[in-house]
Ligand binder design. Structure first.
Ligand SMILES: [Zn+2]
Length: 477
């Protein structure tokens, strides 16, 4: 690789947003709620990545070893002398204009892929883990069953929904299949067009202004933003309770939240994430219940709700009002959904592998991405192995795929009740507090949604929104 290549690389890298690949609050919920029994405040001792090669490793240790592979390899991707982490690599894939460089960024994942997939045989670490996990689910239940129960539909229907959503996305794509290293770039036109309007120091002021316009003044709610660099700071953004709140002799004391994040380079992606985290923060402050229910309700609902305001950042109305410029609706929605659809694809991938762990993950991933994302088949590449959730919590990706269904439902229902809110709506916070947020853990997702919608959740609102992406050719431009 020539010197100019890497010099350009480093310069370009500094100018780019470095943000999570998708909904990084995944980690925060685990840390803050401790809702999953496999995670506890007493973190288990790390198991080295190399231990994953041992055929005898039991499931919990095998998962820990594979998770460690994401630290050992994923945090140290390399091209020549340049080292970068996985999140940075995924962000670069959205914005790097040179296809040759995008391919090199993609190829830098190879050590991580080898650690997880080895030679791809049934004895490879990931395939052994999925087989053990599938066995475990047969007695202990699956995340698919849990999610299905949470919204009151049969598990088989959820898989059908995921397929319908992916088919709807496929219908917005024309033209030749694209290389996997070009997929994110093609979807990221809006991110690039709005880069100058979303530089780092605009993120918080814009977020404050948007929430004030939604009737949720984050200063009045005493939300604490911890966005400055610090040693050993978590690379993933998260939001947690700062104070629990409750009845006092002088009246109701609201709970308060803290948002922790790092957005050194800005970007629409980072803007969306900060609005999402702030969505969690105002959720916390709206909880008005007894101490035993003073907590976030279940993950699926919490994540879907935080995306209600954050999806607004992909609306031209929002962009015009808060950034002073906007991209056309199709481009804006495409930027949102090209990331969402990858999550939906991963959700389907996990459902299929956990149901039949004899399947080859490379083949399953190639089929899904070729059929629905219009990506060129590369069955020789285990490029599914980019998300730590796949090994840390197999089956979890469903919360994102299905979360999008709930977010679209919530946005449509809120709009139907109080009118548009992408450009602000002072009724928003009072209304969502009253109808959705005040209960803490007192009401289940199914109860909240049934009351809100007067029916069971379905994917129609999301399908209608996907159609707003229009139809565009798959060529990078
Ligand atoms: Zn979140």
């Amino acid at each position: 690789m020539d010197g100019n290549f890497l010099a350009g690389w480093r310069n370009a890298g500094r100018a780019r947003a470095r943000a999570r690949a998708a909904h990084a609050l995944w980690l925060c919920l685990i840390l803050s709620l401790l809702i999953r029994p496999t995670w506890s405040a007493d973190a288990p001792a790390p198991v080295p990545c190399a231990a994953a090669a041992s055929q005898q490793l039991p499931l919990p240790q095998l998962q820990l070893a594979l998770e460690q592979c994401f630290r050992e390899h994923g945090n140290h991707l390399r091209i020549g002398d340049t080292e970068f982490d996985r999140g940075t690599a995924l962000q670069w894939l959205h914005v790097e204009p040179d296809a040759r460089r995008r391919k090199a960024i993609f190829a830098a994942f190879a050590p991580l892929w080898r650690a997880l997939n080895a030679d791809g045989s049934v004895g490879s670490p990931y395939r052994r883990m999925i087989a053990l996990r599938s066995q475990f689910e047969r007695t202990e239940g699956s995340q698919l069953q849990a999610a299905a129960a949470a919204i009151g539909v049969p598990p088989a229907q959820i898989e059908q929904w995921l397929v319908r959503i992916l088919e709807a996305w496929r219908n917005t794509l024309t033209g030749p299949a694209v290389e996997p290293w070009d997929f994110r770039y093609i979807g990221g036109k809006a991110n690039r067009a709005l880069a100058a309007a979303t530089v780092q120091d605009t993120l918080l002021p814009v977020t404050r202004r948007f929430f004030r316009d939604l009737g949720a003044d984050v200063d009045a709610l005493q939300v604490q933003f911890d966005l400055d660099p610090a040693p050993n700071k978590s690379p993933l953004a998260y939001t947690d309770f700062r104070t629990r709140g409750g009845q006092t002799p002088t009246g109701w004391q609201r709970p308060t939240a803290v948002v922790v994040g790092l957005y050194p380079e800005g970007g629409l992606f980072a803007m969306n994430e900060l609005v999402h985290e702030t969505g969690h923060a105002v959720h916390v402050s709206a909880i008005h219940t007894d101490p035993s229910h003073m907590d976030f309700p279940d993950t699926l609902f919490v994540e879907a709700f935080a995306d209600v305001p954050s999806w607004s950042t992909y609306e031209p109305v929002w962009q015009q009002r808060y950034l002073g410029r906007a991209v056309p609706e199709r481009e804006a929605q495409r930027a949102l959904f090209s990331d969402v659809m990858l999550d939906v694809a991963w959700a389907l991938f996990e459902i299929r592998l956990l149901r039949d762990p004899t399947l080859d993950p490379n083949v399953v991933w190639t089929e899904i991405t070729a059929q629905y994302l219009n990506v060129k088949p590369h069955p020789e590449l285990p490029w599914w192995a980019m998300r730590v959730q796949l090994v840390a919590d197999p089956g979890y990706m469903l919360n994102y795929g299905l979360g999008a269904v709930l977010t679209a439902e919530l946005r449509a229902a809120i709009r139907a009740n109080i009118g548009a809110f992408d450009g602000g709506n002072l009724r928003w916070y009072g209304w969502v507090s009253d109808r959705l947020l005040q209960y803490g853990t007192l009401r289940s997702t199914q109860m909240l949604l049934q009351d809100l919608l007067g029916r069971t959740v379905d994917p129609e609102a999301l399908l209608a929104q996907v159609a707003r992406c229009g139809i565009r050719t798959g060529r990078p431009n």
